[in-house]
Design a protein around this ligand. Structure first.
Ligand code: COI
Length: 356
């Protein structure tokens, strides 16, 4: 294997670390960042950890015009033994390459990038918060930097990794949220970019999010982009329901993001020998289950919030109150086991953990 080294430039004036009560999601960043350049025909080169700083990028850089960019999100956790560990980081880098493929961004060497991320996290280990429920959020992203405003795949990119000590993503934490089923806007369509983690998907979700927040909802439930009948995602998370004892989640169809937490939840449920099925689920079916009294639980899954129970779903003027607005047993067990593994408090039968 070719030599892979990461140059390091230490920052001269480290920032003060935030107090636990100051931690929210994604507003504070650590002292250093990782940068790797891509230039044709050389490929990815000049991996370096440098002080966290603003970028100097040409205003004609293609990313500003046509949004050729991808990102990932994963976390580093502080364990009771004082170790720092990552949860299935290789899954995020595999997905980054799938997103790269969809956005015509060159493939990365996943093992090189993972090694560099671990080096960065190790350097910033004092930034990993130790209070319960907190972690260091890792945000790798790639942008096209070539100065050109023609519509085409760029020839120059930057892969950057920044780190942010975080608390809970939703103020509700593990408490149930109120969700509105979105009937006007759609998140993605088959053949579009829904299964890629690209900024455009999130930009196009903002309008619905803004409108639902004005009506007192935390997020929207997205339906399919063609018939607006079938359930796809909730906010920026995958979604699961427990109906008559069976746990179901929409099957991957090209417009749903393949979440690492989604995959881990499915594996955990199978390990517990609980019935779990990936299938197409219509909103009508869900409503019927609610009317029959068989809709037992609903929850979102994602890296940022882990498990987010849904206490109320509003659809076409009808309010579906789920599990009396309380966190369900399955959601609670999943949250406790997943965070138990992530924080090194529970056995890791799947080898999901990678020490830094
Ligand atoms: C996640 O929870 O995995 C997300 O993608 C949320 C992020 C966009 C903040």
């Amino acid at each position: 294997m070719e030599e892979w080294t990461v140059e390091v430039e230490h920052c001269k004036s480290p920032k003060e670390k935030p107090k636990t009560e100051e931690l929210e999601f994604g507003r504070i960043f650590t002292d250093h960042m990782l940068v790797i350049d891509y230039t044709e025909p050389v490929g990815w080169h000049d991996a370096r950890i440098i002080p966290y700083q603003p970028l100097t990028i040409d205003p004609s850089a293609m990313v500003f015009h046509y949004g050729q960019s991808v990102f990932e999100g994963l976390k580093a956790y502080y364990t009771p033994d004082g170790d720092i560990q990552l949860f299935r980081p290789e899954k995020n880098l595999e997905r980054m390459n799938r997103s790269n493929d969809r956005l015509c961004i060159p493939q990365i060497d996943e093992s090189h990038v993972l090694k560099a991320i671990k080096q960065l996290v190790h350097m910033e280990k004092d930034w990993v918060p130790t209070a319960e429920g907190t972690s260091l959020y890792i945000r790798p992203f790639i942008i096209s930097t070539e100065p050109f405003i023609g519509v085409a795949p760029a020839h120059h990119y930057k892969l950057i990794v920044i780190l942010s000590p975080v608390g809970a993503y939703y103020k509700e934490g593990i408490n149930p949220v109120k969700i509105a089923v979105e009937n006007t806007f759609v998140r993605a369509v088959k053949g579009g970019t829904g299964e890629a983690k690209t900024g455009g998907n999130y930009a196009s979700s903002l309008k619905a999010q803004e409108l639902c927040a004005k009506q007192g909802f935390t997020q929207v439930l997205w339906l399919d982009g063609v018939e607006k009948k079938y359930i796809e995602e909730v906010g920026s998370m995958n979604v699961f329901f427990k109906i008559d004892g069976e746990i179901v989640t929409p099957s991957l169809n090209g417009s749903i993001l393949e979440g690492v937490t989604r995959n881990s939840v499915i594996q955990l449920l199978k390990h517990w020998q609980l019935p779990v099925t990936e299938k197409r689920i219509s909103m009508e079916e869900l409503y019927q289950a609610h009317m029959d009294g068989t809709l037992e639980e609903a929850f979102g899954t994602g890296t940022a919030a882990v498990i987010s129970p849904i206490g109320q779903l509003s659809w076409e003027g009808k309010d579906l109150h789920i599990n009396n607005g309380k966190t369900g047993k399955v959601a609670k067990a999943l949250y406790e086991t997943l965070t138990g593994i992530q924080y090194g408090k529970e056995k890791d039968p799947f080898n999901w953990i990678e020490k830094v």
